[in-house]
Design a protein around this ligand. Structure first.
Ligand SMILES: O=C[C@H](O)[C@H](O)[C@H](O)COP(=O)(O)O
Length: 260
């Protein structure tokens, strides 16, 4: 999706890429993701332990951290990757890595999201990395979420796209049925995620993903979270409730920074 990048709106902290009176610059969705990511990396300071997110938006942030390290503008960074893919990317960029066992407290994590509601609750995991993301981002002093404006929703599940749940492979149909029945009042349909070969998608942790598709609001999110986590066979779900401390949204009018 390409949008017009116009002048700063009064209520927004914005990056204006075009001088006044010039025609609006048309940016792609990926360019907006990159702008949000670069803005988030401005929060990074030398000496920090950083949670490194996963996905097409977080990838820009990891690239930028690697670039600043190479230029010597950042030093003594330790990255904690949220997926094997991000781990590979960080290694290729020369970012020193560790894990939660050695660094149980993280200064700052930067990661994307699939949905952001008005209270800064998130849906994550459409890339399949929700479990490691939740572990790493749950251990952060500050979690900066970076999105383009297409990710903003009125309520979680409101995009009509997947709400991911990581489940153990053992009797996944049983677990999927339990999940679907738990949210039948919201018109929930539970589907096993498949890879491009039509095989079950397998997470970095060797589990499967059941995607929930909701026709209506699921109501109280904490109640929904508790209900999902009570189902034996569920490992974790992709609702990140009250975890993001800041959300950076890049959109048509500029960058908006929302703080908890
Ligand atoms: O599992 C994937 C992660 O939760 C991603 O952060 C999320 O899916 C957003 O990805 P993207 O930045 O590619 O839209």
């Amino acid at each position: 999706m390409a949008v017009a990048w116009s002048e700063k709106a009064s209520s927004m902290e914005a990056l204006s890429l075009s001088p006044p009176m010039s025609p609006p610059v048309i940016l792609t969705q990926d360019e907006l993701k990159k702008i949000a990511a670069y803005k988030a990396v401005e929060f990074v300071e030398s000496g920090m332990v950083l949670g490194l997110g996963t996905g097409s938006t977080a990838k820009h942030a990891v690239d930028r951290i690697g670039e600043l390290l190479r230029q010597g503008r950042l030093t003594n960074i330790i990255g904690i990757p949220t997926s094997k893919k991000t781990q590979e990317q960080a290694i290729s960029l020369g970012i020193p890595l560790s894990d939660l066992d050695s660094h149980p407290t993280i200064d700052l994590a930067i990661d994307g999201a699939d949905e952001v509601d008005p209270h800064l609750n998130l849906v994550k995991g459409r890339g399949g990395s929700l479990l490691r993301e939740k572990m790493v981002e749950g251990a952060c002093k500050k979690f900066v979420c970076i999105v383009d404006e297409s990710k903003l929703v009125k309520y979680l599940g409101g995009s009509g796209l997947a709400m991911p749940v990581e489940v153990v492979p053992f009797c996944w149909k049983f677990t999927a049925n339990k999940l679907q029945n738990s949210f039948r009042n919201s018109g929930c349909v539970a589907k096993l995620r498949k890879d491009c070969k039509g095989e079950p998608f397998v997470t970095d942790n060797g589990n499967y993903i059941v995607d929930l598709y909701l026709k209506k609001d699921i109501g109280d999110l904490q109640v929904a979270s508790d209900a999902i986590l009570r189902i034996a066979g569920v490992v974790e779900h992709g609702m990140f409730l009250d975890m993001a401390t800041t959300v950076i949204v890049a959109g048509e009018l500029g960058i908006t920074i929302k703080n908890k």
